[in-house]
Design a protein around this ligand. Sequence first.
Ligand code: AMP
Length: 147
Amino acid sequence: MNTLKDRLLTDNEISPLIISADKVAHVQMNNPLQHALLVLIKSGYTAIPVLDSSFRLRGMISKSLILDSLLGDEDFELDRLSTLTVSDSMMQDVPCIRPDAPFSKALSLSINHPFLCVVDENQSFSGILTRRSILALISKYLHQPSK
Ligand code: AMP
């Protein structure tokens, strides 16, 4: 009889769980902050990846980072939405994983991050892995009859 642990470790690659880059909402570093805020609001996501023109991962931008950048001494300074760019506000330290990483690594990283960016050794972006898809796989195995 296979335990849940056995099943998760046998299915050892994360690649089937990756949301491919063409389905991931993203912005570029030189986009005005206003554009990033629009993409975040329209997509409903809290945070999205920031890529460069060669599709390499450069950071992550979120609604809270944008609000933080708009905060002046006393008020929100909305003109900064057009004067600042994504690179002024983005976070560069982004949780990443390789496409051939084992499931156990993705599971550990996803404890602290709602999504991980999937990149190769050149930071070339191939998609994201969400905590939701990891939990869905664990739930599937947990509820499947044992072999
Ligand atoms: P979810 O598990 O679907 O709620 O997604 C968790 C987080 O992953 C979202 O809040 C976004 O930050 C990010 N995310 C999920 N799907 C996408 C997508 N298609 N494009 C960009 N970001 C996404």
